[in-house]
Design a protein around this ligand. Structure first.
Ligand SMILES: Nc1ncnc2c1ncn2[C@@H]1O[C@H](COP(=O)(O)OP(=O)(O)O)[C@@H](O)[C@H]1O
Ligand SMILES: [Mg+2]
Length: 324
């Protein structure tokens, strides 16, 4: 059973010009026709260089951005025309954890109030003691203690602040989390602890994750399946085992070669050499979007957008040159 299905999802941001009379002069094609699904209780890793459209995908799934076209299905139902009541229910079931916990935690509130506020908004009839009890429970679940409730965000380390953000996401008892680069701002040693925490919580609560990262080592650690994104398109999508054992797309192969050995988490794939710069999503290359950097590219690749095809059972790819 899939908790989330994304079908041919597209987001074009209009580029406007003019002061009094604004006119649309072009579009940023941030996400351009992608499809994937997330089985219940699993993690889909969405990986790609900075600017490839990952956050835009996550924001659309949580209804923070409206798609230009395509559909998002949550538990069998499109999220695009929810009623008020369905929307409210969805907002407690689907939560986000961001990259920078400092920016997302109010510096003037103590931790107990930051987390408790979510509950009070959702359920105003709860008594103060009930809120306190649940806040404490969710702090303990992420490895924090009762005495942390009365402290301010600046009194914590980066890893602890991310734990607070996770506790806040958990307090509404969600089923699905979008984790947008949730460890990218942390020291390498702390990253592994937070990744393990995400795994523990997933197992104990049967949570489903969309885990967004530019870092393949992190993606490998946490994901059940992986979707590789480039300039608004998916290049390859399959199980974690298959992606790392037998990548078939030239872009995925280049990304994997760029991971330093031995494995070092925290390495940025965009620092590493894939020849050439990433083109602009305003004027993306015609045909295959990777053709300007691909060693296999020929005239076909420059003119025809490759078909999204299942090259092996459960292994999807957008490349006409790749062989199973
Ligand atoms: N609100 C917006 N308006 C215009 N362009 C945007 C907006 N949000 C993102 N973009 C552009 O869309 C592209 C994808 O951005 P994003 O989804 O943030 O990528 P990623 O998360 O993979 O780094 C980028 O070129 C970015 O500049
Ligand atoms: Mg992003």
């Amino acid at each position: 059973m899939n908790i989330v299905e994304v079908k041919n999802l597209t987001k074009y941001f209009p580029i406007e010009k003019g002061i009094l009379f604004r006119s649309v002069v072009g579009h940023v094609k941030a996400v351009d026709g992608i499809s994937f699904s997330i089985p219940e209780g699993e993690t889909l890793g969405l990986v790609g260089e900075s600017g490839s459209g990952k956050s835009t995908v996550g924001n659309m799934i949580l209804r923070l951005l409206r798609p230009t076209s395509g559909d998002i299905i949550y538990r069998g139902k499109t999220i695009l025309n929810f009623s008020r009541a369905e929307e409210r229910a969805f907002h407690s079931k689907a939560q986000m954890v961001f990259q920078n916990p400092f920016a997302s935690l109010n510096p003037r509130m103590i931790v107990g109030d930051i987390i408790g506020r979510v509950l009070r908004v959702q359920n105003p009839s709860l008594k103060r003691e009930q809120v306190q009890e649940r806040v404490l429970h969710s702090l303990e679940e992420v490895g924090l203690k009762r005495e942390h409730m009365t402290r301010y965000p600046h009194e914590f380390s980066g890893g602890q602040r991310q734990r607070i953000a996770i506790a806040r996401a958990l307090i509404s008892d969600p089923e699905f989390l979008v984790l947008d680069e949730p460890t990218s701002a942390l020291d390498v040693s702390v990253q592994a602890q937070i990744l393990n925490l995400f795994k523990e919580i997933q197992n104990s609560r049967n949570l489903s994750y969309l885990f967004i990262s530019h870092n393949l080592s992190v993606i490998r650690h946490i994901s059940h399946s992986v979707a590789v994104m480039y300039l608004g398109n998916l290049m390859e999508y399959c199980s974690r085992e298959e992606l790392f054992a037998s990548p078939l797309h030239p872009y995925t192969q280049a990304l994997l070669r760029s991971i330093p050995k031995p494995f070092v988490t925290g390495e940025d794939i965009s620092d590493k050499i894939i020849k050439g710069d990433i083109p602009s999503p305003i004027n993306p290359p015609t045909g295959c979007r990777f053709n300007t950097r691909c060693p296999l590219a020929d005239d076909d690749c420059r003119s025809v957008r490759p078909e999204w095809r299942e090259i092996r059972a459960g292994h999807w790819i957008a490349c006409c040159k790749a062989r199973a």
